[in-house]
Design a protein around this ligand. Structure first.
Ligand SMILES: C[S@@+](CC[C@H](N)C(=O)[O-])C[C@H]1O[C@@H](n2cnc3c(N)ncnc32)[C@H](O)[C@@H]1O
Length: 327
């Protein structure tokens, strides 16, 4: 399936690409954003992706645009370390899974394609199969509840734990079939949808990555630099919204009516250009159904120092690093 860059006109409107500036495309994917930005101005792009499969596409764009694009294979949470002392004029994140990843059966992201139960964007570390075969029932339940918002999370986890006693669960179709048995078919969505999403978020530590990525962006943006985030899931959007609200609050945010309330001790590190999320146009949604859950938020870096951490923005869920994985 062809990959359409989601909300591209809105991203370009917020970014306003300018000659001589340097941008981080933190989720290079198929390079849809990068290509449009390189076309719009004589600027430079540092492209990041943790999926090694994007390399040929990055090499192609780098050649077409005379070396103005450079790929670094790394998670975007690492962008500040990867750049050292250098600062940039924008960070753009389009988080989640790409159409290429979803469409390749051997990557194991989709319950609609028979393949190994993998789901690792970076193709390293524990896989979705390791998670379903090794996690405790109560942790599987919690992951399905929080990351998948699955109402029957406990039942799904019980079925998985019972089934794995008979032999390891290793394929997408095996798990999808089991979930259909456990949860039944009650709507047009496949009953495996939410559990697959939850496993993908867990295996790729997507919320942890996003949280650390926002902080890394705060660290490497120049004053006046733009942070633009497109997300596809309410958990991600909520995290971006809370992060940006907190970072853009004035130090003693009390009003005339509540003058004593001090909301934070720091000068705001971001100016919020628009308080609400921006959604894809109806035209985009009718042409690309996958864009319908997308939303974008953006803000401009101020001159203020960085904030301290806000670990409390993350939900309380088991993390990949909490486990000792059997290989
Ligand atoms: C939705 S696609 C991006 C599509 C891209 N904007 C385009 O126009 O082609 C997301 C990409 O980000 C990558 N990705 C997701 N999370 C990442 C992370 N934490 N660090 C680096 N890359 C990540 C995925 O591997 C995938 O290739």
């Amino acid at each position: 399936m062809k990959h359409y860059p989601v909300m591209l006109p809105e991203v370009l409107a917020a970014l306003q690409p300018r000659d001589g500036e340097t941008y981080i495309d933190g989720t290079f994917g198929n390079g849809g954003y990068s290509k449009a930005i390189l076309q719009a101005a004589n600027c430079n792009i540092i492209a990041l992706d943790r999926d090694p499969n994007v390399k040929p596409r990055a090499a192609e764009l780098s050649e077409t645009y005379q070396g103005r694009l450079k790929l670094i294979e790394t998670p975007f949470s690492n962008m500040d370390e990867a750049l050292g002392e250098d600062k940039v004029d924008a960070v753009i994140l389009d988080i989640g899974v790409s159409s290429m990843q979803l469409d390749q059966a051997e990557r194991g992201f989709s319950f609609m394609r028979a393949g190994p139960l993998d789901m690792r964007m970076s193709q390293s570390g524990p896989s979705a199969s390791d998670a379903v075969n090794q996690l405790r029932e109560k942790d599987l339940t919690r992951i399905f509840q929080v990351y998948g918002e699955e109402r029957k999370a406990r039942r799904a986890a019980q079925f998985i734990v019972r089934a794995r006693e008979e032999g390891a669960l290793t394929t997408t179709d095996q798990l999808a079939g089991l979930l259909e048995q456990a949860l039944g078919r009650h709507s047009k969505n496949h009953p495996a949808t939410r559990v697959f999403q939850a496993l993908r978020i867990f295996i790729n530590d997507e919320l942890g990555e996003l949280y650390r990525g926002l902080i890394a962006a705060e660290n490497i943006l120049r004053p006046g630099g733009r942070l633009i985030v497109v997300s596809f899931h309410s958990l991600e959007d909520r995290l971006v919204k809370k992060f940006l609200r907190r970072r853009s609050e004035k130090p003693s945010g009390g009003s005339r009516y509540q003058p004593e309330i001090v909301t934070n001790d720091f000068a705001p590190s971001f100016d919020l250009e628009e308080r609400s999320a921006i959604f894809p146009s109806d035209t985009e949604i009718s042409g690309n159904a996958r864009s319908r859950s997308a939303r974008m938020r953006w803000a401009v870096r101020t001159e203020a120092a960085m904030f301290d951490d806000n670990e409390d923005l993350l939900p309380k869920v088991p993390f990949l690093s909490d486990y000792k994985w059997a290989s």
